[in-house]
Design a binder for this molecule. Sequence first.
Ligand code: AVJ
Length: 322
Amino acid sequence: MTAPMVDIHLTDHDLAMALRADALRGLTSSPKTMPPKWFYDARGSELFEAITELPEYYPTRTERALLERVVGEIARTAQAEVLVELGAGSAAKTRLLLSALSAEGPLKTYVPQDVSESALRGAAEQITAEFPGLAVHGVVSDFTDTLHNLPGGGRRMIAFLGGTIGNLVPAERAEFLSSVAQVLEPREQLLLGAGLVIDPAVLVPAYDDAAGVTAEFNRNVLHVLNSRLHADFDPDAFAHIALWDARNEWIEMRLEATRDMTVTVADLDLTVEFARGEQMRTEISAKFRVDGLTAELDATGFRAEQVWTDPQHRFALILAER
Ligand code: AVJ
């Protein structure tokens, strides 16, 4: 079997520079922050896969069941020749889309994009083996700034599933959606998966599971700083926090220092003090109302064509046309 083509628009060097910049900014600001994309080294990607199988973490299975129900309809409407999947990760939901798009229409090419080269190569190889007629062209990049590098070659549908749109604050979201609209031709489409605002009693445990997998995923950003920037964080000295911010309607993950600490980040020549009880923000995961999200799409150059939700109204799939 020939290996699928993978374009690297984000080299190890680019990644190293971006991590340095994000770490320097985030660790010297007040309050401290780190962007969520740094969770996903090989270990972090595996931890995320484990999260998707937790009983408390409903988004993945809810979106999957919803997609199973409506994928035929999506494929008939989309008639895509190229499926671009942003943040493809292990591409677990992709099979559904690929089967439907090839059964219902003219699909020729699958373009999985991810920041994690290891996850992407694995996914691209599996999909190549399972869909022999399909051209698979992987792209390693940061979804927020390399959209122009996505290959074309036919009518495209860009799928952005899993609720990852929720990692962006509203201003970033508007910028991201506008840039997606700009790279698309008229009648090309965006398939967006987004978590909805639900009862915090269901929402919060999804980000604070009993087995502690999400806690370990959260602390993985410290492992990444240790291994990539030669920092000396003691991850065990940080407690996992997940809270629902009702005003912003997002889940916020933080790491709380359980004692006073002085941390050295050798590659940045930086020393950082943590006071006991100090919290560093590591992720926001915004949840949406259908009306709000379709309005955001309309305001950024899309026309929201169709919206599907699961019976419990926990997750939405939106098909929007440029
Ligand atoms: C991959 C961004 C969709 O926000 O639910 C899971 C990441 N963080 N548990 C999410 C995540 C904590 C996930 N996304």
